[in-house]
Design a binder for this molecule. Sequence first.
Ligand code: ASP
Length: 603
Amino acid sequence: MLDNLGNLERTHSCGELRADDVGKTVTLMGWVARRRDFGELSFIDLRDREGITQVVFNSEDAPEAHAKAKEARGEFVIAVVGDVVLRDQASRNAKLPTGEVEVHARELYILNDARTLPFQLDAPAESLASEDLRLKYRYLDLRRPQLQANLRLRHRVVAEIRRYMDEQTFTEIETPILIKSTPEGARDYIVPSRIQPGRFFALPQSPQLFKQICMIAGMDKYFQIARCFRDEDLRADRQPEFTQLDVELSFATTEQVYKLVEGLFQGVFRLIGVDLPAPFPRLSYAEVMERYGSDKPDLRIAGMELTDFSEVLRETTFAPYAAALTEKGTVKGIVVRGGGAMSRKNLDDLQEFAKRYGAAALAWIKLGDELSSSLLKPLGPEVVQQLAERAKAEKGDAVLIVAAKTKTVTASLGALRNEIAKREKLIPENVFAPLWVTEFPMFEYHEDDGRYYSMHHPFTSPVDDDLPLLERAVQSNETELFGDIRAKAYDTVINGVEVAGGSIRIHRRDIQDLAFKALGMTPEVARARFGFFLDALGYGTPPHGGIASGIERLMMVLVPTDNIRDVMAFPKTASATDLMIDAPGEVDPKQLGELHLRVVNED
Ligand code: ASP
């Protein structure tokens, strides 16, 4: 028989009682985390979101409660009225904040029972049940203290963001979810219109155009904790729907944006007891790619910067290197301190890793007791020695070298830098290394379809000095110049994670027209897709700019975790399904009919 809650009220949480509370009579409520029965005495670890308290049932002092406690199984919901007692020295539990005391139960109420759980909640991280099973029973998985802590931290982060943005006189404005496509480079989720057959809304990939229109509307300083939707292939740090802090301000310089965002992140990191020194270092895109092989370098990793070997190899006759150096390619390497002791197997593993990034091979030089290298034969000992010197490698180090198209060299060495640092445990814990990456290229070339795309989005302004270049490139159709145009675009990177990205926008109609043209849009296409926005630009648009910060990515750095699903309440799997509610699901043919849709079976 289950008991009623009646008028019973909690006096304390399960994480609250300390030695100071000894002698109090308290009422606690929560879930049975664990029950141990020793005959006369039995124990229940009572859990709520604040922690765990040990409750003792004694057959002499409270025979009724003691007898009833036998019925309580794992995850039953109970209320206990009892006295706070100091534990004897020997049975104190230093691992529990409440571990100095225990509650001697006088009364026990069983408020609800629970079926046997499909998996164990308190299993150690390495032996947790499969993630799919835990996602199906998400409400159980969320009872785990780690996930509870993550979601509560997330709440505090968002609360701090709102407090800070308000203090900075920003207005939170909600923008619609049912809109027309606002391209951020991903596929849209679309929603059919019932009232207008054959027409569709798109879910926002971000509120980009709405926030710019807020500037045109004189709102001056906008922010929103915005839900965004992108139908793209999921990676470890992506979900089809996610939340971002979205910001836009009028009459904004990049300096103002940097200052605003630095203050914001400083406040957020204070929540985990970390002081981020500001201003954050700034490095241009060109510089980070050159030095770290990544547009989101992890500055916690000391050194391991890329060395360019083209000079040393200028005269080489070794065919793969000579070829790399003539066609838009390069030869670069990184030094692994202490890597002279790397085994053949280690090197083979790294070789395989580099190949995933398109490198045909990973050459190596080891400065062990004697010099050894996969390049000794083709290049000769003298050149190999020169390469090691150029890389400033010392005795005991190794140099890893890739020759290929610049893009491949950069990508593979950048990834190797992170991978080796991870494997060799070269990344210090509890260190947070922020930076700004600035002056991203305005366009990037996609080899698959041989054309340029916006690197950020089509509303990003070129840097003032490069505007003439954009004009020339578009007007005289010199597409090869597109790659050289820099944009007023910036990312905030912390510990190798892009936690925010934004830009100063184009606020002039003539420049926006140029940008669309550069992207191969005819005026008719531009009008059909963005007519409303082009019109709005013509009515006194202030210069403006902004940024957006992915809340999940930020949380992943704060927690820290590599799994985005650890920082959201109800995430989807890598195949974009919600295993708990079993979505996406089929809909009634009648519903489809109302939407003027028919499913075509493709078999
Ligand atoms: N809308 C952009 C994004 O979601 C951010 C921005 O430019 O403010 O990446």
